[in-house]
Design a protein. Structure first.
Length: 194
């Protein structure tokens, strides 16, 4: 993984989820920290976000949190991070997360996770970045999204290349190998478009 040094993880802030999702978040954080990668995320201490950050720190990794001040005042920021950036808006947060990351991982989550996932995939489609995006389909969580993307393409609202902007994996342990393969896949896509 020579080019990927820093990974952004988008995931839910809810703690009221299945133990399977919590375990996946813990395993992902452990893998990121153990691999010597830096985790960039939304800066929270709750839900899957907090579990992922804690596990990465426990595995010796660096963790960078970026949290808007209107969320921080609710006292949900993580106090033990390598870096915590308090910013003025969600737009600033998302921009900084992109700037500080070499790749993106989408874990199970709610509306905020969907917002971030669609934005980063759309930016990839528009050529605003060429960084890999991996969607972790833990326990089939993102199957409805996969169906929606197929529907978008089938109805003509997305081209055939829509699925070249991201990779679906079905387990946490498949994420880092997918990131390792991504630079070759992205280069192949770029050549095919010439």
């Amino acid at each position: 993984m020579s080019k990927v040094r820093s990974v952004c993880v988008y995931c839910g802030s809810s703690g009221q989820v299945s133990e399977e999702y919590k375990k996946a978040a813990h395993d992902l954080g452990t893998l990121i920290g153990s691999a010597g990668l830096r985790l960039v995320y939304g800066g929270g201490r709750v839900g899957l976000m907090g579990i992922t950050a804690d596990a990465a720190l426990a595995a010796g990794g660096e963790v960078v949190g970026i949290i808007p001040d209107h969320i921080q005042v609710r006292e949900v920021d993580h106090g033990g991070l390598t870096e915590l950036h308090v910013v003025d808006s969600m737009h600033t947060r998302k921009r900084m997360m992109v700037e500080k990351s070499d790749a993106f991982i989408v874990m199970p989550g709610g509306l905020g996770t969907l917002d971030e996932a669609f934005e980063i995939i759309t930016w990839r489609q528009l050529g605003l970045h060429d960084k890999p995006v991996v969607i972790a389909n833990i326990d089939g969580y993102w199957d409805p999204l996969r169906d929606l993307l197929t529907h978008i393409r089938a109805t003509g609202f997305g081209r055939g290349e829509i699925e070249s902007y991201f990779t679906f994996v079905d387990s946490v342990h498949a994420i880092l190998p997918a990131l390792r393969r991504a630079p070759d896949a992205l280069q192949k896509i770029a050549v095919e478009r010439l």
